[in-house]
Design a protein around this ligand. Structure first.
Ligand SMILES: Cc1cc2nc3c(=O)[nH]c(=O)nc-3n(C[C@H](O)[C@H](O)[C@H](O)COP(=O)(O)OP(=O)(O)OC[C@H]3O[C@@H](n4cnc5c(N)ncnc54)[C@H](O)[C@@H]3O)c2cc1C
Length: 488
């Protein structure tokens, strides 16, 4: 006969872990044998929102639909609630006699602080909080240098950290869930207005993405079968599909980094190139490093990692910023990236670096402006990874590109998009140009432009700045900062 404790309900608080496989909180809740109430709480107008912006809102909508369907097949309903988790969860616990609340930690210091308060509150009312970590491979607090201090540079961090990663067996996939049958005052996903309308700028996203756990698994399988071995050579080429495109799936927890790690190691055991596997896992390592830096150094969305940059004079230039967001700077590689971002919600990593460097170094605009635009337009927007990546490019971050490294977007284009196919795809008005000229159309011979149908200033903008001049301005500004004792 079931005991009273076993028949009392438990609650699973679903967050950035929209998957059934390797979901430790869900697995533990199912194993408790209790009937379950599953909830997702959409928190708006709070600093604890899980989604960062509009494009990731589109993804969230689709992903929750997939998760709800998958749970339904196991016999459970995912209740959607809008409001503040800190109030809603204790309220539900008290009202329905919930004994335990299970969740996977978000691992963002600001959210973790709130969750600690929440856990305290639950304990005060006699409900047990059961918290798991699955968003990262590492426990950031455990990885320190020989002096017991946090690492500030990626390579030694990853050397130490990766040696400690020995993922346990994956948490089992539940075969069946006993739904507690509790009715809550919830909402419908459509009520949250996550899918844009008039205009529906996300119309084309479905052609590029399959949100949800199955889509995540398919992306991983495709990558391991078709691209892993060439990853070290192809990962910087935006004109080919040389990377995994797992980032939005990881950002929403549709797949865990443990699953990715284990699958890559399995591929290696089946004969995949060890060097390629190391390179790929080191990129997963950069994701870990972002979470690690937030854990040890606080909110890097708000403050420069290198405080010497607090004195740096950034420029205000609305017109240039607008041209950048619209992919109308007259610099093809930057424009191609910004248009890929707008049309698909994603941009290749190499092009993110080029477009971001152009904004902060050539245009002199604050990295936070770029960070906010990316947060709104990326389907993989991850507030922690995005912030540390922007700081890395700006030179203000941990292990950042040195201030004097200023990407030249023209030569970067010629190197990493050698045939111009990437630019041709996203900036079709330049598609008639051949060879290296597609990356510097304003400098192409007039006869060539004429035959390609390119009219600078008419159907494609002239460069909004002189690259050489602005590079010098940036170098001067950064060296002035250096002379005053910064940056290093
Ligand atoms: C200015 C800027 C902003 C960025 N903002 C984000 C963001 O909001 N969200 C995000 O997930 N990534 C961000 N990145 C990192 C990187 O561009 C993307 O993770 C990568 O392009 C995703 O493509 P992929 O999944 O095919 O990567 P792959 O090359 O297949 O890499 C596998 C996984 O490793 C992780 N990864 C790869 N490169 C990096 C990196 N440089 N830093 C941290 N993690 C990495 C991602 O989770 C990625 O899915 C940003 C990079 C820059 C330069």
């Amino acid at each position: 006969m079931a005991t009273a404790a076993a028949t009392a309900p438990a609650l699973v608080w679903v967050g950035r872990d929209l998957r059934l496989r390797d979901n430790p909180a869900l697995s533990a809740a199912v194993q408790s044998g209790q009937p379950l109430l599953l909830v997702y709480i959409h928190e708006e107008n709070t600093p604890y929102r899980l989604t960062a912006g509009s494009a990731s809102g589109w993804w969230l909508h689709r992903s929750i639909e997939q998760m709800s369907e998958a749970l339904q097949k196991l016999g459970a309903r995912l209740h959607l609630i809008q409001g503040n988790a800190e109030f809603i969860l204790p309220h539900l616990a008290q009202k329905h006699g919930i004994t335990d609340v299970f969740w996977n930690q978000i691992t963002d210091p600001k959210i973790d602080d709130r969750d600690r308060r929440l856990a305290q509150r639950l304990m005060e009312i006699g409900t047990q909080p059961r918290v798991f970590r699955s968003i990262t491979l590492l426990d950031a607090g455990q990885v320190l240098n020989k002096s017991g201090q946090p690492f500030r540079v990626f390579t030694p961090f990853w050397q130490t950290a990766s040696a400690t990663i020995r993922p346990n067996r994956l948490a089992p996939v539940p075969e069946q869930i006993v739904d507690a049958g509790i009715e809550v005052d919830g909402s419908l996903i459509g009520d949250w207005g996550l899918i844009p309308s008039s205009p529906n700028w996300a119309e084309g996203f479905d052609d590029h993405w399959t949100p949800g756990e199955q889509g995540a698994q398919a992306a991983l399988d495709r990558f391991l079968d078709e691209a892993l071995n060439d990853y070290p050579e192809q990962r910087d080429r935006p004109d080919v599909t040389g990377t995994s495109r797992l980032s939005p799936h990881l950002a929403f927890g549709e797949i865990s980094p443990r699953q990715v790690w284990i699958a890559a190691r399995d591929a290696e055991a089946r004969g995949a190139s060890p060097a390629a596997v190391e390179k790929f896992l080191a990129e997963i390592g950069w994701r870990e490093f972002s979470y690690y830096l937030f854990h040890h150094f606080g909110d890097l969305r708000q403050k420069n990692f290198n405080p010497k940059f607090d004195r740096f004079q950034w420029r205000e230039d609305d017109a240039a910023f607008r041209a950048w967001t619209k992919g109308q700077t007259g610099i093809p590689m930057v424009d191609a990236g910004m248009r890929q971002l707008w049309q698909t919600g994603w941009m290749h990593n190499r092009v993110r670096m080029i477009a971001a460097s152009f904004l902060v170094k050539h245009l002199g605009i604050h990295w936070q402006e770029g960070m906010r635009w990316f947060e709104d337009t990326l389907v993989d927007a991850d507030p922690l990874v995005n912030a540390t990546s922007w700081q890395w490019v700006a030179g203000t971050g941990a292990d950042a590109a040195p201030y004097f490294r200023i990407f030249n977007p023209v030569t970067q284009g010629q190197k990493f998009d050698p045939k111009g196919d990437y630019v041709r795809r996203w900036v079709p008005e330049l598609s008639g140009l051949r060879g290296k000229d597609i990356h510097a159309p304003a400098e192409a011979p007039p006869a060539m432009r004429l035959s390609a149908g390119v009219e600078i200033g008419r159907n494609y903008p002239a460069p909004i700045i002189d690259l050489k001049q602005r590079r010098q301005t940036a170098l001067d500004a950064f060296s002035a900062l250096k002379e005053t004792g910064a940056p290093n």
